[in-house]
Design a binder for this molecule. Structure first.
Ligand code: SF4
Length: 290
């Protein structure tokens, strides 16, 4: 297992920080083309709670994001332009190309990371991404969450796992580094089902992973399931037991970009242990020897 920090240090020679950007995009299972209402856990912000909340030009958003961390980051640090909210390839190829070029031209930006879905990678979008991968390192983050298609239906993911498998192959063929998002603790999933997801991702050749425990946010369909006691939320130890087992199934060169997520405090309902960020970080460092 390799942590994101050591991976980025090896790749860029220094610490990397993310500059989060919002694009003028939505998501195919929010706007009705695939579904409505979004994934049951997803907030109105489209899983990008910490991204800049505006539609300012990309360069302005990056400048502001870098400004917020630059005193902590120091002069040596580099930045990744992180297209975080919603589905960032669910737009016209020209718009995406323009935004990527603008981001890549900003001072301090040494890489780009794009969060998207496997079913939003048509030929023209892939060609734009291929151009970008030639410019600078490109990370594409795929929100898989689970490899189980029944669970996928339950969470309203609105695409089949086969599409993920094909997307990983094609993204790797154009030079992108693929990061897969996986959620542990989805409704109805046993530990074995969660490990099946991890095994499948390892077999597809996903380069990196972002794990998170299922968390419940206000005003999401999951909130109703939680209030009706139809979903159980993992305790901290239980969750990290699962993460440890998952890491053990991955190849040694797999990069763990995130051990767990933390929902926005103002709308988080559960699990409350994720709110104590310092305690969680200390626990991760101790448990995984970081
Ligand atoms: S695909 Fe992503 S942005 Fe769209 S509803 Fe699901 S989690 Fe939210």
């Amino acid at each position: 297992m390799i942590t994101a920090n050591s991976f980025f240090r090896d790749m860029f020679g220094h610490k990397m920080y993310k500059a989060s950007i919002s694009l003028n995009v939505t998501c195919p299972n929010r706007d009705g083309s695939k579904g409505t209402g979004g994934c049951i856990f997803c907030s109105e912000g489209g899983s990008g709670e910490f991204a800049a909340r505006n539609c300012d030009p990309v360069a302005k958003q990056i400048e502001e994001a870098i400004g917020r961390v630059s005193s902590k980051a120091g002069k040596e640090a580099g930045y990744i332009a992180y297209f975080q909210s919603f589905t960032n390839t669910y737009c016209s190829p020209d718009y995406l190309a323009e935004c990527l070029l603008e981001a890549s031209s900003c001072e301090g930006i040494e890489a780009v990371s794009i969060a998207t879905r496997p079913d939003c990678l048509g030929p023209e979008i892939l060609s734009v991404l291929e151009q970008q991968a030639k410019r600078m390192p490109l990370f594409v983050e795929l929100g898989l969450q689970t490899a189980n298609d029944d669970t996928a239906k339950l969470i309203n993911r609105c695409y089949d796992t086969d599409e993920y498998i094909k997307a990983v192959a094609v993204l790797k063929s154009i030079g992108a580094n693929v990061i897969t998002h996986i959620i542990f603790g989805l409704p109805g999933e046993s530990r074995e089902m969660m490990m099946d997801t991890v095994r499948l991702c390892a077999e597809t050749g996903s380069d990196g992973y972002k794990f998170t425990c299922l968390y419940v946010l206000k005003n999401t369909p999951l909130e109703r399931l939680f209030l009706d006691k139809e979903v159980e939320i993992l305790e901290m130890e239980e969750y990290f037991d699962i993460v440890e087992e998952a890491v053990g199934l991955l190849p040694e060169n797999a990069v763990i970009h995130r051990f767990t997520g933390d929902g926005p405090k103002k709308s988080l309902i559960a699990p409350l242990w994720t709110m104590n960020k310092r305690q969680v970080i200390n626990y991760i460092n101790r448990r995984f020897g970081l």
